[in-house]
Design a protein around this ligand. Structure first.
Ligand SMILES: Nc1ncnc2c1ncn2[C@@H]1O[C@H](COP(=O)(O)OP(=O)(O)OP(=O)(O)O)[C@@H](O)[C@H]1O
Ligand SMILES: [Mg+2]
Length: 753
């Protein structure tokens, strides 16, 4: 039996089509990637194509590695000569050979985002650009957009003549590009643009590569941007033995899985492929081999709600399988706990292995609570395409502020934050202080306080003094009687301008960092609520270090995979949990308020990607209350859940009936009902399957200052303060056992006497 016997007739047709453009347009799990690998094998083994003539492009390094492995397994010989790589690495290989044709030298440097920022700072300084108005990051983003569309600085200037706002960007773009060139450096976007430029301006180089890459294949084609498309279009043109030009370009993709519009992906690359190449052979694959019937039906139904798509239907001959599980938990901790317990049980009692499970979520910040519960249950896990929560830069920075305030002799912590955010304290100054500290046998922080006595500090001295005064003020808060770690955290953010700086950057990365900073605030609130002893900064830091240090548990490969929905593209897992299925999380709050149907459609495609990762069992979960930015938000279940037919869904016992947003709402009834967050859960209305208004605020609690209340853990106490806090209330209680606690009312669950 040959490897081709495992293909269905349509897949086989695609594998055998070896002349002219080929578009494989098919839904998730229909074997697109598999067709690509088999097509490579077929070209080599059956048609005698030289492996050297094949170029296969994938979206990520991980995908390239997997494809290389799959190809190695099925191709008899010479597979190492096939180029299997990402767009970027393909371009680097071409440029290393020929970039001297366009004025660089072949030992060029590739600038990462930090280098880009440094360069941009220099440019702004040189051009006297006020970076308070024109943020470095936004300028870089604008340049990146231009490059995605192959717009040169000169074209940019021409296109935007008369537009004052764009004039600055245009000047910056020109200068930035000139400096890159002067440094013999390329940024990531240049890798593509410069390759296109090279090929367009050097016919001999172009014809060399056109003749070399006689067969070009591109996976995940729906997420290519304009520059990438132009690159392949330029390359895919070969003159055959009969002297005719051929475009042996095979692209595979799924318009329903286009999820990178925000990074410049151009869905029209796929939708207009046939217009670009009228002789295109289109093959649709309709059989899904990955998922059970129930999972597939759920995915199909959800994606059918999108309007901007090519119609296609996917079927499977797999069995129905288990239903789609949907559970709405009281809060995110219960959600994470249930998932961890579920996995622990399946591994211990059902013979499953950890690596069969994947936990997918919309935003990076959501991993924190999940990670904590996995650690608690001793479940090894790995965050793919991301950094464990407590290893993220912004979290480490803020932890170091807290550590410095807690213990000034933690030199490492102080050194980490002394110039973060940047306050102009240079390495030379830091070095001098370090020497001084060592010479005088004092801590680094003590040395900072004595900066006036350190020789040669010049201007750096005053910057250090203001850093020290800021830290001293923050430290003094510890002694004030009614301070809380939460206030301290907020004051750190305010005094350092940490979040402000990120907000001004206005990039996706900066937004993710802000979400993480908010998530860390949630951690503090939870700590304060659950703390059995008198809360203290030291005990908080100790608690954090317990979870933070276990990040290397996952050395083995048998681990649960955690990742964002974006990074899950192309992968498959037997058991998938989609966490945080709530309006406001997924689709995101920003998408909802944007009121742009196209934005919701992109989120829906992401949901389709998520659902279709599951092979056997799909579990969706939501939390009724979730801490976001230290505030309790009441989110209704995601509209995407309601798009899955009800008959497919099984509610697990600890949740209420599913609440489908399309059913009658009872806004009036809810808002007329004076109730706390706790009572919401027991509301008879909700049990009838009704929906809550989005992010409903908790009404004021039924106790007030002076009342006696009872807490399940701390016993009786007197309310001494009650203040609104976002959608919630912060209550301070002096308990009879002598402790005073600040808690969020919705989590405190206090009962009035
Ligand atoms: N003809 C077939 N017979 C058996 N299994 C198949 C067949 N075609 C594909 N598969 C299996 O189905 C699963 C999905 O295939 P593959 O990953 O190639 O799909 P895909 O279309 O690339 O999915 P995605 O859109 O998620 O990238 C894989 O486990 C693959 O081995
Ligand atoms: Mg694939």
């Amino acid at each position: 039996m040959s490897i081709y016997d495992t293909l269905n007739p349509e897949q086989l047709k695609a594998v055998k089509h070896n002349r002219g453009p080929l578009l494989i347009l098919a839904g998730a799990g229909s074997g697109k990637t598999r067709v690509l690998t088999h097509r490579i094998a077929y070209l080599i083994d059956e048609l005698g194509v030289n492996p050297w003539n094949i170029l296969a492009i994938t979206f990520t390094n991980k995908a390239a590695k997997e494809m290389r492995e799959r190809v190695d397994n099925i191709v008899g010989y010479g597979s190492e000569n096939i180029w299997v790589s990402t767009f970027h690495s393909t371009c680097v290989r071409i440029l290393r050979r020929y970039i001297d044709r366009i004025g660089y030298t072949t030992n060029f440097t590739i600038y990462d985002s930090d280098d880009q920022k440094t360069l941009m700072r220099e440019v702004c300084k040189y051009l006297d650009i006020d970076t308070k108005i024109h943020k470095e990051k936004s300028l870089l983003a604008a340049i990146s957009n231009a490059k995605d569309s192959l717009i040169t600085p000169e074209e940019f200037e021409k296109n935007n003549r008369g537009d004052y706002g764009k004039k600055k960007i245009s000047d910056v773009y020109k200068e930035y590009q000139a400096r890159l060139k002067k440094n013999n450096a390329l940024d990531f976007d240049d890798l593509i643009c410069k390759t296109v430029e090279l090929l367009r301006t050097n016919p001999d180089v172009l014809s060399y590569y056109q003749n070399r890459f006689r067969y070009i294949m591109v996976d995940e084609y729906q997420d290519t941007n304009t520059a990438q498309f132009q690159l392949i279009r330029t390359l895919a043109s070969t003159v055959n033995e009969e002297g005719q030009t051929e475009h042996n370009l095979c692209v595979v993709g799924d318009d329903d899985q286009s999820i990178y519009k925000f990074r410049g992906a151009n869905i029209y690359n796929i939708l207009n492929f046939e217009t670009e190449y009228p002789q295109t052979k289109v093959i649709k694959l309709e059989q899904n081999y990955r998922s059970t019937k129930n999972i597939l039906t759920a995915a199909n139904e959800v994606i059918h709600c999108n309007t901007e798509r090519k119609q296609k239907s996917l079927w499977t001959d797999k069995e129905e399988g288990s239903p789609i599980f949907f559970t709405q938990f009281d809060n995110e901790h219960e959600e994470a706990e249930a998932i961890a317990a579920d996995i622990e049980n399946a591994v211990a009692n059902e013979g499953k292995s950890y690596s069969q499970f994947a936990l997918l979520y919309r935003t990076n910040a959501q991993s924190r609570v999940l990670e904590e519960k996995l650690v608690k249950h001793n479940i090894p896990y790995k965050l793919v395409g991301g950094v464990n929560f407590y290893q993220r830069k912004e979290i480490k920075d803020l932890l170091c502020y807290l550590k410095t305030i807690d213990n000034i002799s933690d030199d490492l912590a102080v050194k980490r934050i002394i110039n973060v955010p940047r306050r102009g304290i240079g390495l030379t100054s830091i070095d001098k202080i370090n020497q001084y500290a060592i010479g005088h046998n004092i801590s680094f922080y003590e040395a900072l306080k004595q900066v006036d006595y350190i020789p040669g500090m010049n201007r750096g001295g005053s910057k250090i003094s203001s850093f020290v005064s800021m830290m001293e003020i923050l430290k003094s808060k510890l002694n004030s009687p009614d301070y809380s770690i939460l206030d301290l955290y907020d004051e750190i953010l305010e005094a350092t301008g940490y979040v402000d700086e990120l907000e001004e950057e206005g990039t996706i990365e900066a937004q993710t960092r802000i979400e993480n900073i908010q998530e860390f605030r949630n951690k503090i609130v939870t700590y304060l609520d659950n703390c059995e002893e008198e809360p203290s900064l030291s005990s908080f830091l100790e608690e954090v270090s317990l979870v933070a240090d276990i990040d290397s548990v996952a050395e083995s490969t048998d681990v649960v995979i955690l990742m964002t929905l974006h990074s899950a593209k192309g992968l498959e897992f037997p058991y998938v949990y989609l966490c945080g299925m709530e309006d406001g999380i997924f689709p995101s709050y920003m998408t909802i308020i944007s009121d742009d149907p196209m934005e919701i459609e992109e989120e829906r495609r992401l949901c389709y990607v998520g659902i279709t990762r599951a092979m056997e069992k799909l579990s969706l979960s939501a939390a009724r209350m979730r801490m976001q930015n230290g505030e309790t938000k009441f989110n209704k279940p995601s509209r995407f859940v309601s798009e899955i037919p009800r008959y497919l869904i099984k509610q697990s016992s600890n949740s209420l009936q599913p609440r489908f947003p399309r059913t009658t709402t009872i806004r009036g009834a809810i808002s007329n009902t004076k109730t706390t967050g706790q009572l919401f859960q027991n509301s008879p209305y909700i049990q009838k399957g009704m929906s809550l208004p989005k992010s409903e605020s908790a009404s004021s609690p039924d106790y007030t200052v002076g009342d006696t209340v009872k807490h399940i853990k701390f016993g009786n106490g007197t309310v001494t303060d009650l203040i609104p806090s976002g959608n919630d209330f912060q209550v301070t209680v002096a308990f009879d056992n002598g402790t005073v606690k600040k808690m969020m009312t919705s989590f405190a669950k206090l009962k009035k006497y």
